[in-house]
Design a protein around this ligand. Structure first.
Ligand code: NI
Length: 210
């Protein structure tokens, strides 16, 4: 299931985040790439220890915790501390699958990557190219969302970022270990929850759990 989560960050937060990212120390994106994706990855990335990455990563996690659509769709057990990347003109990330297991930095925790997330941080009109292409059961989906919006997709999906030809594409990316590992089972629970919420709203039930 591919799902867009709108307005995870407000316009004001996106502007403040972009300003902080502009002044941060960027590294080569290959620092977190596996041996195979390393050969197709060309972008900039903030180190996991970057104070800017940690501060805005925490802000994003707080926002997601208060986003019912994300909680319902991901049923998160554990979320990787968000990372940040930047694609300038000519940069891209070729077709790859994200690592199945991610050690969480500075902990002994290993996260099973059930879901991948990309939170767009640049106005789509400010850059050309830089689409996230995700292969799913219906073919290749091209994703380029408004700044502050996030896409959630199965981490087992083949995906790539097309070359940026103008401007700069900033984004945050991370992974979620869900309480429900199987994508189809999780999608079914999501549909059920959305139906209950819709019924509760139309039937005027205050507490749908009663
Ligand atoms: Ni990836």
């Amino acid at each position: 299931m591919l799902l867009a989560i709108p307005a995870v960050l407000s316009a004001a937060d996106v502007a403040a985040c972009a300003a902080d990212l502009a002044g941060a120390e960027w590294a080569d994106g290959r620092i977190t790439a596996g041996t195979q994706s390393r050969t197709v990855k060309d972008n900039g990335q903030l180190p996991a220890t970057s104070p800017v990455a940690r501060a805005w990563g925490d802000r994003i996690l707080d926002a997601l915790g208060a986003a019912p659509l994300f909680v319902s769709a991901a049923l998160p057990h554990r979320t990787f501390p968000p990372l940040f990347n930047r694609y300038g003109p000519g940069q891209s990330f070729g077709t790859h699958i994200d690592n199945a297991i991610r050690p969480i930095p500075s902990t002994s925790i290993k996260l099973r990557t059930d879901l991948s997330a990309t939170l767009f941080l640049s106005d789509p009109d400010s850059y050309e190219g830089g689409e996230l292409l995700v292969e799913d059961a219906f073919g290749v989906q091209a994703i380029k969302l408004a700044a502050g919006d996030m896409i959630l997709y199965p981490a087992s999906s083949l995906h790539r970022v097309t070359p940026v030809s103008r401007g700069v594409r900033l984004a945050s990316f991370f992974w979620v270990q869900s309480m429900i590992r199987d994508d189809n089972a999780r999608a079914m629970l999501f549909d059920l929850d959305q139906t209950i919420q819709a019924l509760a709203a139309t039937q005027g039930i205050d507490d749908p759990q009663v």
